[in-house]
Design a protein around this ligand. Sequence first.
Ligand code: BG6
Length: 513
Amino acid sequence: MPIAAPCALVIFGASGDLAKRKLIPAIYELAKEKLLPEKFVLVGYARSPMTDEDYRKECREAVQQFARTKPFDVAVWDRIEKNTSYVQGDYGSVDDHAKLADHLTGLDQSAGTAGNRLFYLSTPPNTFEPIIERLGERQTHQTGDSGSWQRVIIEKPFGRDLASAKSLNQLLVKNFGEKQVFRIDHYLGKETVQNMMVMRFANAMFEPIWNYKYIDHVQITVSETLGVGSRGGYYDKSGALRDMVQNHIFQLMALVAMEPPVALDARSIRDEKVKVFQSIRPIRGGANGVNDFTVRGQYTAGGEDKAKTDGYKKEKGVDPNSTTETFAAIKLFIDNWRWSGTPFYLRTGKYLGEKLSEVVVRFRSPPLTLFQKQCESPVFPNDLIVKVQPEEGISWRLNGKVPGGTLNIKSVALDFNYEETFHVESPEAYERLIFDAMTGDQTLFIRADEAEAAWAVIDPIEQGWAQSTRPPEEYAPGTWGPKRAMDLIENDGRRWLQGGNEAPDPVIACSLQ
Ligand code: BG6
């Protein structure tokens, strides 16, 4: 395990939701695991006036409420709290950034952080530019001294289309080197997502069958049971395609579809992921923005208890006439030798029937065999299901004989469950990612060309939808999205394996003669 060098972690957007729910608790867990450097300071930076004491109190409460592990270990947090401080400032102000820089220099002396800084941009996207510019200016003042490092972690959304992602990348290149930039996609920090590469490339059994000859199609579902909550203002300008598909779902897809990298380093892995995005067949608008490859939906009023809503258009911060999608399903093709003609069905949405992130790889049915001839219906095709959340694990669905004198076949599962196997709870994605940024490992972060290649696929879909006079299709909370999302796959003679299709596979009776 690499050891993180002494450093200061500066969180821009110190009091934001992400900081409270994820980042501060992740720092606590890292401290508990003894993965933080001895000389570590946490600096919150935001616009609201606050004293160091106020901020420390806020952080302590965040850890008590949101830490992954309980009970709260007072001694661990006391050590971090001693080295926690707050700087109030405007994101674009030269003077306020000078104040921050002085504060950090002081900490280098008093806490021994050696000039190493990790800046975390956990702020709205319109603040990225001023923060990056100010940090860049100050960095120029500081380069040349002592071999210290400065790194920037940027939260999503990384742009809202190809053009804005390119200009953000240009701004970053002007101010930093690519080696200093850590574009975050928290899905890459999830254990099961990382396990996908191990599963594919550390086992000999998958590679020979991992292609269009044996795989019928791939489905990826990332469904949520809640709505946009307090994030309506952001979400209404984004929508499910930009918020979830361009990043999280595309990353899952890339790990399923990529070629084996030549080495397990950041460059080799990211090279292969970029090629996947570049090979995706463009999806264009179709007549009136409607085509057989995309479905967009928006939730109406309904639901129960915590998942009760007056409908998307009534959410705080949302335009009452909004055509922003809260559900998206797409079918796409990766035009390369491995995947020629194999559809990838992707879907995500708010207020759906269940919270679930899963990848299903469905294999082709066995060729005509004695079973086909002697059984009342064809045997089931095999499925490999990678469960990302809430359960973490892998499940193989195979055909097995039901015990007894007759030949009855049933689909059975070979299950590998993370928690049961390893007897530990997986760390939160942010723990891993913050640690990697501290040690300078970019493998689980998005490279500039990768973000752009993903946007290049999304842009034509967004354009088609923007030109459409047909609004997104409505769906009731607690369902699995608009009916057309079912049609998208069912018209191809397939079905979504989760969500709305829970009926167990029947037993197939076969005759022995
Ligand atoms: C975020 C999206 O990136 O991911 C949210 O902006 C979404 O809209 C969240 O709710 C889902 O993350 P997870 O880890 O709960 O699946």
